[in-house]
Design a binder for this molecule. Structure first.
Ligand SMILES: C[S@@+](CC[C@H](N)C(=O)[O-])C[C@H]1O[C@@H](n2cnc3c(N)ncnc32)[C@H](O)[C@@H]1O
Length: 241
């Protein structure tokens, strides 16, 4: 799924204009490259990430992915130990790989997922970081039945920058509904680019318990960038953030 109107890391956006995506030209794809990311020193051994846009928009770094990774590395790594983790719309796998790098070997395998075209890039990045024993890449198309390889009701679900294409909103809601068990929590980070993005959160709030996460020291900076972090749970569970 391509998203010509979205904003990768390092680009600016005019949030006050509600642009119809079909009217926005596809920008020239940037060439494939490799980044080394320590998340401001939170990882002692930096993550290597191959970026390649040829198979879709997930092939590069996105702002909410960076924010969610930093939040998780700062605040929550101790809570991950021995938990099942599934990442949705992982792109190149930034968030799941960052958590795996920090917590390996004290985790069961993390499952990073996306659509079929992103599978080779996720696998490349797993190998690049020597994390084949800790992370598995799988196809998970939102709105479709969960494949057998995805843990049922994982303890932790990760989703960064997955709100950007309105036709996919009900599909993402449906997959969250399938995945969220009574003990699950989804750490959900998105950058609001268009008014339509708020419709996703409105629907999510009807379906799930949605708590904005406010205990990150950089939260005010993120808010100025229209980046928001939430903990999403099934309605029956009211655990603490
Ligand atoms: C903007 S990218 C974010 C990538 C990554 N999470 C990050 O923060 O860097 C959105 C990702 O969602 C994936 N995606 C979009 N629609 C999807 C669908 N229907 N099912 C599964 N993944 C989807 C895209 O392939 C893409 O990798």
């Amino acid at each position: 799924m391509e998203n010509p109107g979205s904003t990768p890391v390092g680009f600016d956006v005019n949030d006050s204009i509600d642009i119809n995506e079909s009217l926005v030209p596809v920008r020239d794809p940037k060439p494939a490259s490799q980044s080394s990311i320590s998340f401001d020193g939170l990882l002692s051994s930096p993550l290597l990430l191959q970026e390649d846009l040829k198979e879709g928009c997930g092939g590069q770094l996105w702002p909410a992915g960076m924010v969610l990774s930093k939040y998780l590395l700062r605040q929550h790594h101790s809570k991950f130990l021995n938990k099942t983790i599934v990442e949705l719309g992982a792109g190149g796998g930034l968030v799941g790989l960052a958590v795996a790098r920090r917590c390996h070997p004290e985790l069961p395998r993390i499952c990073i997922t996306d659509q079929p075209p992103m599978l080779p890039l996720m696998e490349t990045n797993i190998k690049l970081n020597g994390l084949s024993s800790a992370v598995e890449a799988s196809v998970l198309n939102w709105g479709e039945p969960l494949p057998d390889c995805i843990p049922k009701h994982p303890a932790i679900i990760l989703a960064a920058d997955c709100v950007y294409f309105e036709p996919a909103f009900p599909l993402l809601i449906s997959t969250l509904n399938d995945l969220l068990g009574p003990e699950s929590v989804c750490y959900f980070c998105f950058k609001r680019r268009r008014r339509a993005d708020l419709r996703f959160m409105k629907q999510a709030k009807k379906m799930f318990e949605v708590d904005e996460i406010k205990d990150d020291p950089d939260m005010e900076i993120y808010r100025r960038e229209n980046i928001f972090l939430y903990a999403i749970r099934s309605k029956s569970d009211r655990g603490c953030v």
